[in-house]
Design a protein around this ligand. Structure first.
Ligand code: DGL
Length: 290
């Protein structure tokens, strides 16, 4: 039974919302969540000891996701957000069954919604190997709009570059260019505008939004009609709407808030790199063991 607090006339459960990812990538989702829910507190876990999730089997990722979620549940969170596409794709159902009393949200369905809201009828999903090979985005997108043409590209190196704090520079440009090869005529060999079909690029990994400027520069360079979308804002909107409609309610913006960060390894590295994903310096990261 949630503890109910009253602030400014509103009733809400002051417990934090639990958020987890394999590393710092999910901080892009946390950022959108705190904008959509400015009165809420958050407890974030980056499972940095076992990153990357995206190259591992579905069974392993499911096991990791359950352990990560359990740490947050043990600390009393009132809702869970799986801020990792790889884990959402293989573990959302299992976590919803296991924590039937808690609202549990994934990022794949909201990401697919962001993509179908864009004008193009062609979508390319950039994600981890596991997410692409499992086909979760392909299914979610075609379920929302059966006429879409959907292609997937797995981009595992981008997770490593993001975790290293590299968001731009020659190495990033080369990696992005290699993964995007063949999607559109390269800048400099542009076709006339009418012959180039619009394209939506869906960033199906929470580590990838930091590469948006590089991706846009490469694909938009020749005047192509490219829209780059990710799941952070749409996930935050779903969480805000469902909490407001449900039993736990939403804390009013003036409520006292806290953001606590946990990692399973490399607290100093998490602080150093995480600031680029959270858009602010990180003061403390608590190390936890799974
Ligand atoms: N950030 C995660 C995702 O959204 C996974 C990165 C990884 O650990 O491979 O898929």
């Amino acid at each position: 039974v949630p503890t109910i607090t009253r602030t400014g006339g509103a009733e809400f459960d002051p417990a934090p919302i639990g958020v987890f990812d394999s590393g710092v990538g999910g901080l892009t989702v946390l950022n959108a969540l705190r904008r959509a829910l400015p009165g809420e507190s958050f407890l974030y876990l980056g499972d940095t000891a076992r990153l990357p999730y995206g190259t591992k089997s579905a069974a392993t990722v499911q096991r990791y996701a359950v352990q990560a979620a359990q740490i947050l549940v043990d600390r009393g969170v009132k809702a869970l957000v799986i801020a990792c596409n790889t884990a959402s794709a293989v573990a959302l159902d299992a976590l919803q069954r296991r924590y039937a009393d808690l609202p549990v949200f994934g990022v794949v369905e909201p990401g697919a919604r962001a993509a179908v809201a864009a004008p193009a009828s062609r979508v390319v999903v950039l994600a981890t190997e596991s997410t692409i090979n499992g086909g979760a985005y392909q299914r979610a997108l075609l379920g929302l709009r059966p006429a879409l043409r959907v292609a997937g590209r797995s981009c595992p190196l981008l997770v490593a570059l993001a975790e290293e704090g590299r968001q731009s520079g020659e190495l990033v440009r080369l990696a992005v260019e290699d993964y995007l090869r063949g999607l559109l005529p390269l800048p400099g060999v542009a076709l006339s505008g009418s012959r180039v079909e619009p394209l939506t690029v869906l960033l199906g990994c929470t580590h990838f939004p930091v590469f948006r400027p590089v991706i846009e520069a490469l694909l938009g360079g020749a005047g192509h009609r490219v829209t780059v979308v990710d799941s952070a804002a749409t996930t935050a909107a779903v969480v805000a709407a469902e909490l407001a409609a449900g039993r736990v309610g939403v804390a009013p913006p003036e409520a006292a808030t806290r953001i606590e960060l946990l990692a399973t390894d490399g607290a100093a590295r998490f602080r150093r790199v995480g600031r680029y994903f959270l858009d602010e310096p990180i003061a403390a990261v608590e190390l936890v063991d799974l």
